[in-house]
Design a protein around this ligand. Structure first.
Ligand code: KIV
Length: 304
């Protein structure tokens, strides 16, 4: 399969759970965030197996400082645009801050809405032990869950910033234990974010389901990047785990600047880019106008 073709059919959640590259069960999984029709369509065409409607939408699309203000309605709004692309990829919707913290019934209702209204196939929940009971209840309600451990952006204030986690022995062991608990509970994959590569490897080897890393080194069973980071659409400092595969920001500015310049200099639109009246209509109109009406002689019906 070329790198530009999609997988023939959408993987099922059990098939994703069984894809464990580090154990020789398939190629590494790829997940890309997507927030609208175009990003979903293009990421799907590129062959990513999973699309994440991440709460990173708050930062990279909506211009907020962190993810804490993103709401369930906002994730649904973006998920609907993503699923409108009818992607072959599995669409995972992020459970935003406070959507699963207050009570289990509220968590089930919110997660269920991501599936029933957003069209997602699964939800992602940040945290381990502290939300284990909630995750178990979501799973019991037939809502597939992807875990998320390590640097969990919704814990920004507790962590004291976006800081690499599990650098020390005790924290690394605790992370591994939490990953095991989530796997035993039945999550189908776990995102590992912002942890040392060695810890990523230990956790990956400790659990039977795939780990999907972001800033978690090369030993995970898959990798995820944020659309805007990957394509060079973010400004300012980028974390070292981001690889920019294109400088789309510059390409877009260049294209837009050429449009602006062409309009200002009268180069756009050209006659070919305009609709025209027929010679007969021009002649009829001419009788009412002092100035000559010029026509190419081609009517609008000639335009294809
Ligand atoms: O919201 C998001 O984009 C995420 C990824 C960074 C994994 O959670």
């Amino acid at each position: 399969m070329s790198s530009h073709t999609s997988p023939p059919t959408r993987l099922t959640i059990p098939q994703v759970a069984a894809r464990k590259a580090s154990a020789g069960r398939g190629a590494p999984l790829t997940m890309i965030t997507a927030y609208d029709l175009v990003s979903a369509r293009l990421a799907d065409r590129a062959g990513a197996e999973l699309l994440l409607v991440g709460d990173s939408v708050g930062m990279v699309v909506l211009g907020r400082e962190n993810t804490l203000t993103v709401t369930v309605d906002e994730i649904i709004h973006h998920a609907r645009a993503v699923t409108a692309a009818k992607p072959k990829a599995v669409v995972v919707g992020d459970m935003p801050f406070l959507s699963y913290h207050i009570s289990v019934p509220e968590a089930i209702r919110n997660a269920g809405r991501l599936l029933s209204e957003g069209g997602c196939q699964a939800v992602k929940v940040e945290g381990g032990l502290r939300c284990l009971r909630t995750i178990e209840r979501l799973l019991a309600g037939d809502i597939p869950v992807m875990g998320h451990l390590g640097l969990t952006p919704q814990s920004l204030h507790r962590m004291g910033g976006f800081r690499v986690q599990a650098r020390q022995t005790e924290a690394a062991e605790a992370l591994k234990d939490e990953a095991c608990l989530l796997a035993e509970a039945g999550v189908f994959a776990i995102v590992l974010e912002g942890i040392p590569a060695e810890v990523g490897r230990i956790v990956t080897e400790a659990i039977p389901i795939p780990t999907i890393g972001i800033g978690a080194g090369p030993y995970c069973d898959g990798q995820v990047l944020v659309w805007h980071d990957l394509l060079g659409l973010t400004e300012g400092l980028t974390p070292k785990f981001v690889r920019r595969y294109a400088d789309m920001g510059s390409l877009i500015v260049d294209a837009l600047a050429r449009f602006v310049s062409d309009v200002r200099t009268g180069v756009f639109p050209s006659s070919e880019e305009s609709y025209h009246i027929s010679a007969e209509v021009a002649a009829a109109l001419q009788s009412n106008h002092a100035d000559p009406i010029q026509t190419t002689g081609r009517g609008i019906d000639d335009e294809k």
